[in-house]
Design a protein. Structure first.
Length: 742
């Protein structure tokens, strides 16, 4: 009996592998296919640009060594990525990049004489015989072919051994054909034209393309490098009564960290001593510093502007907000958008089809077009092999996703994956939670109107209400508590004798031998309390946009409490911007309809779902989806998490709870609703960029291959075009860095 059958299901695990040696989309598709075939692998995603494989697997059925072994068996180097933050695409600091540069330099130097020969032939000027001799050409071409070009042969061997074909196969076939044809012809017919320059310059051009592609790919992860660069290397802590400077990675939870003016805060923590303003722009995109005093939370990598702060470390290492942001961005940059499926399917068949076209081209030229002209047929077939570029298709989507998600992170928008980035641009309906999303989520006590015989005993009623509500975490309850403490400093809030909370409705408690009820009108009616005599007062408060809490003692109504939650400064402007984008905006809240309508009217929302219990929010979102809408839900609380998960796109405000952020597809690190429209703009810009890349990648191959087959393109020009095609795709993706976002 296995674990699943016995009812003890083993949770799946996720691991990321660094994959080295992939040269094109066909390689990535092949690695992904092999990983999927392993028994126990639930999901595998290979990203060519990030050179990463993200694998979800059952640890009771296979281990990490099995995954590494499967990839290594294909000829690629697979290494599990440690918990240390790594930067995908940071090729400028890797040995592999240095090797690319060395091979390019080596190949370029040896290719220069061939360039001189081609220019001499084109412009008809005389060249020294020793330069054009067979011996010189052989001496120059051989090291280029087998030393500089060795990675192509190695890649071809591993690809063919695993039953697949990739770009290395095309390059190796094309250059080898030109090289060995020249070698054979020189012995059979010393007077015949040789094509050593074709193979040599082709390899050099392709190496140039690979080098420039690596440089450009490195720039796609610039956002992560910037984020990592924000982390201070050292921290100043107090241990054993002594101030000492230690590496940030050695700071432990509970350490007291000293941060002087102008320094970056090394870890997440809580202010224990001092007062200052902290620049949190790296987190929220907002340039205005935020005041911090004793008890306030601060985030690692933000900048202390003025005073000295002593901070108790609460999160260190991989648990800090910065580390989590970097992890989310890395996961998103390694993810795959659904639009990439077409390119993946084409990549799986691309190389074998191109080889078939090249063989067909050779046959047609040799036996039909130019009967018996072996060299002409060979050159046309070689041009077909080298102009075909599966790389451009493989790079089209992931490069744009990497730049787009990085650009989002720079603007305080964390997107968890390419699929969410793709889906966001099609959203036609946005549902906003009210408390903490449209409003500040910090309601204040505004009214307490007593009912006879308690008129004149308002302070006593408020003290009772505060004692009851002190055990509740609801913002309205906390507003009552804070209001009581403000009105009656030093008030002793002893625990009630009993306490029962009914989520979304109210509380029942015992105080001084009396039974206290606090909650909505519906709740009190359900308990048998008559509220009709005071209905006009309730209506008046709710018409003013205030939330009303009714209070009863022993089933008799004694007071109506008014609490107001103010609207965020930019809520109305943000909602208007969404409307201008053609998006329908709804508000959902557990508040009564009158209060909800008052807030909705203030911010310009026409469609309201009021008096919705927390457990029903997800159901309301599903109803909208069943109408054929593509719905985005925006919230910040624990009770929003199910609705965030149900929506097509869940957006959590970074000012909210960790649970809401975990359930969301997109996290808006600042509480400003204008970031919603910015996220949609980024999604549209990224999708437009991806479609441009895919269009040009497909058009390039659809036009280039027939032109080469028709004999209208020399292999050297074909090689140059192939090198430029990949560079152009990555360069186009990098344009996203300059897209203007509001």
């Amino acid at each position: 009996m296995n674990d699943t059958e016995s009812g003890n299901a083993v949770p799946s695990q996720k691991i990321e592998l660094k994959i080295e040696g992939m040269s094109c989309a066909a390689c990535a598709a092949r690695v992904e296919k092999v990983l999927h075939r392993l028994d126990g692998v639930e999901q595998a995603n290979v990203n060519l640009v990030a050179e990463r494989a993200t694998v979800e697997y059952q640890p009771n059925r296979l281990g990490v060594e099995d995954l590494v072994g499967a990839v290594s068996g294909m000829g690629y180097q697979a290494t599990p990525i440690s918990t240390r933050i790594m930067v995908p695409g940071e090729v400028a600091e890797t040995a592999a990049f240095d090797q690319k540069r060395w091979r390019l330099l080596f190949s370029t130097v040896l290719s220069l004489p061939f360039v001189v020969m081609m220019l001499g032939e084109f412009f008809s000027f005389a060249l020294p015989l020793w330069l054009t001799s067979f011996s010189t050409q052989l001496i120059l071409a051989t090291p280029i072919q087998f030393i500089a070009g060795f990675p192509f042969y190695r890649g071809t061997y591993h690809a063919l051994r695993s039953g697949s074909a990739n770009m290395d196969v095309l390059v190796a076939l094309g250059t080898s054909a030109a090289y060995f044809y020249s070698l054979g012809t020189a012995y059979l017919n010393p007077q015949a034209h040789l094509y050593f320059e074709v193979s040599a310059i082709l390899i050099t051009l392709i190496l140039i393309g690979k080098y420039l592609e690596a440089v450009a790919k490195g720039r796609t992860s610039e956002a992560i490098r910037k984020l990592i660069g924000l982390q201070p290397r050292t921290a100043r802590v107090i241990r054993a009564g002594q101030e000492q400077e230690i590496p940030t990675v050695e700071v432990a939870i509970g350490d007291l960290v000293i941060v002087r003016p102008g320094e970056r805060i090394p870890v997440d923590g809580r202010v224990k001593e001092g007062y200052s303003a902290v620049d949190e722009s790296m987190l929220t995109g907002e340039g205005i510093p935020v005041d911090k005093q004793i008890g306030d939370l601060v985030t690692g990598a933000t900048v202390n502007k003025f005073g000295v702060l002593k901070i108790e470390a609460t999160r260190v290492g991989g648990d800090t907000v910065l580390a989590q942001i970097i992890h989310v961005v890395q996961e998103a940059q390694g993810s795959k958008a659904p639009i990439q499926r077409l390119a993946d399917q084409v990549a799986g068949y691309f190389v074998p089809v191109v080889v078939g076209i090249a063989l067909g081209t050779f046959a047609v030229w040799y036996w039909v077009v130019d009967l018996g002209n072996f060299s002409r047929a060979l050159i046309s077939a070689t041009a077909v092999l080298v102009i075909a570029c599966p790389c451009a298709m493989g790079l089209a989507t992931p490069t744009s996703i990497m730049v787009g998600t990085g650009r989002g992170a720079e603007n305080g928008i964390l997107i968890r994956g390419g699929e969410h980035l793709e889906r966001a641009h099609r959203v036609d309906t946005v549902v906003l939670d009210k408390t903490g999303t449209i409003t500040k989520g910090e309601p204040e006590l505004t009214d307490l109107i007593a009912v006879a015989p308690y008129v004149g005993e308002e302070d006593r009623l408020l003290a009772w209400a505060a004692r009851v509500e002190k055990l509740s975490e609801h913002p309205v309850a906390q507003a009552i508590v804070q209001g009581a403490l403000h009105c009656m400093p030093g008030l002793n809030l002893a625990d009630p004798e009993a306490f029962t909370a009914i989520p979304g409705k109210g509380v029942i408690s015992g105080l001084e031998g009396k039974k206290i009820f606090l909650g909505t009108r519906t709740f009190l009616k359900d308990q048998g309390v008559s509220v009709e005599p005071f209905q006009a007062v309730v209506d008046e408060l709710e018409a003013a946009g205030k939330t009303t809490v009714l209070m009863a003692v022993d089933l008799s109504l004694v007071a109506v409490i008014g609490v107001a939650d103010t609207v965020k400064e930019h809520s109305r402007a943000a909602i208007q911007e969404l409307k201008e984008m053609g998006i329908e905006v709804w508000m959902i809240t557990g508040d009564n309809r009158r209060t909800a309508l008052a807030i909705a009217q203030e911010v310009g929302i026409d469609r309201v779902m009021a008096e919705v219990l927390p457990e029903d929010k997800a159901r309301e979102i599903q109803k909208l989806r069943e109408q054929g809408r593509l719905v985005a839900m925006v919230g910040d609380g624990i009770n929003d998490a199910p609705a965030l998960a149900t929506a097509d796109v869940g957006m959590a405000l970074g000012t909210g709870t960790d649970i809401a952020m975990e359930a969301a597809d997109i996290t808006l690190m600042r509480g400003d609703l204008r970031a919603i429209a910015t996220a949609f703009q980024l999604s549209k810009a990224t999708m437009r960029n991806i479609k441009q890349n895919l269009f040009w990648a497909f058009i390039y191959n659809m036009v280039g291959i027939p032109v080469a087959a028709a004999g209208l393109l020399s292999p050297v020009l074909a090689g140059g075009a192939m090198a430029l095609s990949s560079i152009s795709v990555v360069s186009n993706a990098l344009r996203l860095k300059r897209v203007r976002l509001t």
